[in-house]
Ligand binder design. Sequence first.
Ligand code: HEC
Length: 140
Amino acid sequence: MKRSSSLVMYTVLILSAMSVSVRGLAYGSVASDVLAGYQQSGAQPPDPERARVMWTEKYPDDNGKNTRSCASCHTENLRAAGKHVRTNKAIEPLAPSINRERLTDANKIEKWFKRNCKWTFGRECSAQEKSDFLSYILTQ
Ligand code: HEC
């Protein structure tokens, strides 16, 4: 009994150590730094679920019709290629699991958050929203 329970403890310890390193890998240092920066500007810990919902929520276009969302260009499936809704230009998948170049450049992340939030929501995103989006994209 004693032996088996310490075996369980040991397995739990190994598994949690593994998930920490897997998470460290998946997040990459650039994305972790950017996330840390958002928290320094007052964001609470990121909530990928909130961003998943917001990803497909529709916001008004120039004609006041609710047609705009992040999915307009990136589609609902972040592992798939997207297409710019205006220019029709192809957009590589956003998911880092498919596209290793994603989220590896802090300036690029900020530049596109700024542009895309303005285009989609008509305003810039808060540190919290960017944090949520980033954590969501990272899990894809
Ligand atoms: C009008 C089209 C369009 C919409 C809508 C859009 N994006 Fe983008 N997004 C782009 C383009 C174009 C790029 C840059 C080209 C590329 O990286 O393939 C980009 C790049 C990005 C990047 C940079 C990824 C990296 O490689 O670092 C992020 C993050 C991003 N978008 C998030 C969002 C979020 C969040 C939304 C919704 C608020 C959104 N996008 C809505 C077109 C769009």
